[in-house]
Design a binder for this molecule. Structure first.
Ligand code: ADP
Ligand code: MG
Ligand code: ZN
Length: 481
């Protein structure tokens, strides 16, 4: 038996993204999450015979928009297909999807994974539209099973990647990137807890240097970035062990068990022919004209990659800052608004990545809902720059503005936080601190200059943090000579 330790990992992902439409893919039922079971259904989406589906135009528009943004070719002619299988959450006995003629083909995303590797291009195979299935709910230790069809017929985009991904970390980065772009385009809310974005991860191993792909397994329905990485890591280890023991990988569908942290076999993998795909006879084929595509293209906002490049070039931000600020559309807009008011980009970035994120997290708020607006931060930065307050005070003011929605000037005035820069006044305080601390003074004079911090701290205590630190340092040096 030949043991090969050097396997190359090959990963391809299928992402299911729920589109942000008000109504379902082929009927007028609402798509709201968390409603009473089976209250958002109609004869079309519960699969009554004799009904006729109608295509949701907005879902088509969203898919085209995504395709254009990801550099796909938009097919002038595409159509829906029936994918036949039996499951209790699928009353029709088939899912309407797209098969041989999807709406989008090709395309790619760029990833920054490891600094030394630079950017990696992950190619897309296709994006197609389909409807979601319902949901089975099992209760009472297996005694009862229910079917909730609220989700049946909800519009999904399936984004299929080529097997271009090399590591679990890269896989998670890829899903993050897709999620970011979908949220920029406002076509999917990206809420993984509610299942609005979930992914099937396909993975295989092959000995280093071999061209042919190995046999893959597919891990179904992963709904968090952490689990994407963990499930793939586990599966790679499992496959390595099987191969090293001389075994063969069986093509199958596996499930990630969050409790045990392992993948478990669910079923052997169906082949396309098991589904008996055929063109959906109840729906007309889709013919998308160039004019419509051009119009949709115009509506695409500046995307995160372009933003990052612009932040680095025009605003001279470090790549780290640029990535963080551009990761969410609303964060980027907030940043740009503040800079637009005349604030220094790096100052804005520091405040946003520090205090702003901290307080938003603490309060569980999205940045759009922040009571602290760009003009507040701009005002605060001005007060720091013109010497009215020091940085330490500024943090207090920031939090106060966040809680009250008041301007920086108001807070400073109300709380009497104006920085003390008056040399005469500061000298008195410094002299008092020196007089009260003879031991430290003696040690300082004997060469222990790192005690400066101690003296500055004492002065700050006496002035309630309002002393101008630069002035205090100068005075200290002079008086301690
Ligand atoms: P299936 O018919 O099993 O769904 P597809 O050919 O449609 O398989 O591919 C589904 C996904 O699996 C795609 O993202 C593709 O890149 C990926 N994939 C295909 N073959 C392999 C392989 N040998 N190893 C890893 N991923 C693969
Ligand atoms: Mg598949
Ligand atoms: Zn319906």
């Amino acid at each position: 038996m030949k043991i090969v330790n050097d396997y190359e990992t090959v990963i391809g992902l299928e992402i299911h993204a729920q589109m942000k439409t008000q109504s379902k893919m082929f009927c007028g039922c609402p798509t709201r999450f968390g409603e009473e079971p089976n209250t958002q259904t109609c004869p079309v989406c519960i699969g009554m015979p004799g009904v006729l589906p109608v295509i949701n135009k907005l879902a088509l528009e969203f898919t085209i928009k995504t395709g254009v943004a990801l550099g796909c070719k938009i097919s002038p002619f595409s159509r829906f297909a029936r994918k036949n299988y039996f499951y209790p959450d699928l009353p029709k006995g088939y899912q309407v999807s797209q098969y041989e003629l999807p709406i989008c083909e090709g395309g790619f995303v760029m990833l920054n994974v490891d600094d030394d590797e630079g950017q990696r291009r992950i190619n897309l195979t296709r994006i197609h539209m389909e409807e979601d299935a319902g949901k089975n709910i099992h209760e009472g230790a297996g005694s009862f099973s229910y079917v909730d069809l609220n989700r049946a017929g909800v519009p999904l985009m399936e984004i299929v990647s080529e097997p271009d991904i090399k590591t679990p970390k890269e896989a998670a980065a890829y899903v993050r990137k897709i999620r970011t772009i979908l949220r920029y385009l406002d076509v999917c809310d990206g809420n993984m807890d509610e299942g609005s974005l979930r992914c099937d991860a396909n993975v295989s191993l092959r000995p280093q240097g071999v061209k042919e792909l190995g046999v893959k397994t597919e891990i179904k329905n992963i709904n968090s970035f952490k689990f994407i990485e963990k499930a793939l890591e586990y599966e790679i280890q499992r496959q390595t062990r099987v191969l090293n023991e001389g075994g063969r990988i069986i093509q199958e569908t596996r499930l990630w068990n969050t409790t045990t942290g392992t993948t478990e076999s669910m079923r052997s993998k169906e082949e396309a022919h098991d589904y008996r795909y055929f063109p959906e006879p109840d729906l007309v084929p889709l013919m998308v004209d160039e004019g419509w595509i051009a119009q949709i293209r115009k509506e695409i906002p500046e995307l995160p990659d372009e933003k990052v490049r612009r932040y680095i070039e025009d605003y001279k931000l470090p790549a780290y800052d640029a990535d963080l600020l551009a990761a969410e559309r609303h964060t980027a807009a907030w940043f740009e608004q503040t800079v637009g008011l005349g604030a220094n980009p790096k100052d804005v970035s520091n405040w946003m990545m520090g205090e702003m994120m901290r307080l938003l997290n603490e309060k569980g708020l999205a940045i759009e809902a922040s009571p602290l607006r760009p003009e507040h931060l701009h005002g605060l930065i001005q007060l720091i720059n013109n010497g009215t307050i020091n940085l330490k005070t500024a943090k207090i003011v920031f939090e106060d503005m966040f809680n009250t929605g008041k301007s920086a000037e108001e807070v400073v005035k109300e709380k009497g936080l104006v920085q003390i820069s008056d040399v005469g006044e500061l000298e008195k305080t410094v002299a008092a601190v020196i007089a009260e601390n003879p031991n430290e003074t003696a040690r300082y004079k004997a060469g222990e200059t790192k005690l400066t911090g101690f003296f500055v701290g004492e002065v700050m205590k006496k002035t309630k943090g309002k002393a101008n630190p630069k002035a205090v340092n100068e005075i200290l040096k002079r008086l301690l000579l």
